[in-house]
Design a protein around this ligand. Structure first.
Ligand code: HEM
Length: 158
């Protein structure tokens, strides 16, 4: 039986890791745009920042799956009566929307990485990253239950 301590640990990690994910993503976008403008060769800093972005996304996804499958009360309540749950914003958000947006964000990031890795030159590599990573960040922003979002609001920091 999963413990209460484990639940809060996962929730804290999922909450804090969102900031690592967002800052890593923004930093990668900044380096990508700068690289495109300066036409500089693709370097170590860009590679490491990209790796941090990718790993923080995979960690976020894994933590999310654990919360989803074993702990979250909204998800449990939603699956007890799925039809009724879809009419209630908070149950629908955590059971369907948040999960779907998180999945889409992860897929966009991985597809962008694979396509960029196969690109013939640094310029094309960066253009692909710019497109896919901007979309990834947009979807991540939509997935987050920000404090200003009525009915699904969660704190900025736990
Ligand atoms: C784009 C990636 C994701 C981001 C940025 C993200 C962010 C967050 C944030 C900020 C919270 C609120 C945490 C809190 O209450 O302090 C949350 C809650 C939650 N997330 Fe995610 N999430 C992501 C992906 C996922 C995925 C893919 C799943 C499920 C498969 C998931 C499942 C959950 C669940 C179940 C909760 C509610 C936890 C609870 O209160 O019991 N998340 N997420």
């Amino acid at each position: 039986m999963p413990s209460c301590r484990m639940y809060s640990a996962l929730l804290y990690l999922h909450s804090y890791n969102r900031w690592l994910l967002l800052f890593a993503g923004l930093f990668v976008l900044f380096l990508t745009v700068r690289g495109l403008l300066q036409q500089s060769p693709f370097g170590r800093r860009e590679r490491i920042a990209g790796l941090v972005f990718l790993i923080s996304m995979d960690v976020q996804f894994l933590l999310g799956i654990l919360l989803y499958a074993f702990f979250n009360a909204e998800v449990k309540a939603a699956f007890a009566n799925f039809g009724a749950a879809m009419k209630q914003a908070s149950l629908r958000f955590f059971a369907v929307e948040h999960f779907a947006l998180g999945l889409i964000a992860m897929i966009l990031l991985h597809v962008g990485n694979v396509l960029a890795r196969r690109a013939a030159d640094d310029n094309k590599h960066r253009k692909l990253k710019l497109i896919f990573f901007s979309l990834t960040l947009l979807v991540v922003l939509l997935a987050i239950p920000w404090p200003f979002r009525e009915q699904i609001a969660r704190p900025l920091l736990r």
